[in-house]
Design a protein around this ligand. Structure first.
Ligand SMILES: [Zn+2]
Length: 385
């Protein structure tokens, strides 16, 4: 963080660290009282992960300011580059911490979450005094827009053979846990017609859920069963209880609801078919967060100018943008990453692709801060404000 802070200073910003450990570089505009433009991402990572997730968004943002500084561009409004603290939630198992702190969205008791020491103690140890400032630094009144560049963390851009893409929105996940309970028994002794096998029921749902989500492959809907627990999980015993998770994401809440309804129908007909008791618990049900149309349009125009295809794609994973979306319009740029691999040491994005993404970020920032006019080299006449 100290190194990144130094780079911010060298690029022409003043940098501070707030109560939550967010590193914020300020590049002052002609009128600092206007709502500011915020750009950035995060530099924390997962254990045994890669070097690009988040980092390219922070370093790319610093590069944008450095270039503006070198070209003596004074934006109308101030620009803040943020390196958000603890996006990944690797230690306290609750991510997007810095972004939620900056926007006043911490949950009660969150600073008391414990891993060795509490989050509050850990922040104090690095000289910060954690607590909710009132009002928070970022509110709908103080932020004009947010821009984030990030690696895609998926294979879509690579499949399209494109270096960058414009994000259309972050899809909302629906997380369910399904529990089937049947009757256990000896695998050799219980005749097939008397069985109430929970694992067979679960297998049917998992298989047909995949078919439901694949029913229209032109759409970005994704569905996953990533966890299963089988009891007693024994070779010669009929399964009594099976628990598995559902992760269903889509950009269109209506379509996600249609698939959810089909899934529910499938779960209950399967339970009836195999005489199982069923319990479905909903853990998360978030709405999609759409990128602002006007920002997508700016990016599209700039990409065309750069002779690149303005391809749009959805984001399945969360990003700091998800939180910023609640207080301001936002836009995201995705950079192609090799084989879609992320959260792994082999995570890779080429410097050429990152350069194209950073150039698009620069052009977009210029468009946003020059919508209200800007000055190159000299200060503009006050009457133009
Ligand atoms: Zn990230």
């Amino acid at each position: 963080m100290n190194l990144v802070s130094r780079w911010m200073n060298e690029a022409g910003m003043t940098s501070t660290i707030d109560n939550f450990g967010n590193l914020i570089g300020v590049y002052e505009g002609f009128n600092p009282s206007l709502p500011r433009l915020v750009i950035g991402s995060h530099i924390d990572t997962q254990p045994n992960a890669g070097r690009f997730d988040g980092t390219i968004g922070v370093l790319g943002s610093i590069e944008v300011i450095q270039l503006m500084h070198e070209q003596q561009v004074i934006p109308d409004r101030s620009i803040e580059v943020v390196s958000f603290a603890d996006e990944e939630g690797a230690r306290y198992n609750k991510g997007l911490f810095g972004a939620r702190g900056l926007t006043g969205n911490l949950e009660p008791g969150e600073l008391e979450r414990k891993d060795g020491t509490t989050r509050a103690q850990a922040l104090k140890e690095i000289g910060l005094s954690p607590g909710n400032p009132n009002p928070p630094r970022y509110t709908p009144e103080t932020v004009h827009a947010f821009l984030e560049m990030h690696i895609e963390q998926g294979p879509v851009l690579e499949n399209q053979n494109l270096p960058v893409g414009i994000v259309s929105g972050i899809s909302g996940p629906l997380w369910l846990t399904v529990e089937f309970e049947g009757r256990s028994g000896h695998a050799g002794a219980v005749p097939m017609k008397l069985r109430r096998d929970a694992l067979v029921g679960a297998a049917r749902v998992i298989h047909l859920f995949d078919d439901i989500v694949k029913s229209d492959l032109s759409q970005p809907t994704v569905g996953t069963v990533g966890f299963i627990n089988n009891f007693p999980n024994s070779r010669n015993t009929i399964s009594e209880k099976v628990t598995f998770t559902i992760d269903l994401r889509d950009l269109l809440p209506e379509r996600r609801k249609q698939y959810e309804d089909k899934l529910n129908q499938l779960i209950y007909t399967t339970a009836e078919m195999y005489q199982l008791q069923v319990k479905v618990t909903e853990e998360t049900n978030s709405d999609p967060k759409y990128c602002a149309d006007w920002i997508k349009t700016l990016m599209e125009e700039e990409l065309l100018d750069m002779r690149q295809e303005p391809f749009k794609l959805m984001s399945g994973p969360f990003h700091d943008s998800l939180i910023m979306a609640d207080i301001c319009p936002y836009g995201m740029i995705f950079v192609r990453c090799k084989e879609g691999i992320s959260h792994h040491p082999s995570e890779y994005a080429s410097i050429e692709d990152i350069t194209i993404g950073t150039q698009l970020l620069y052009q977009t920032v210029l468009r946003v801060v020059t919508n209200q006019n800007f000055i190159v080299g000299v200060r503009r006449n006050e009457s133009n404000i």
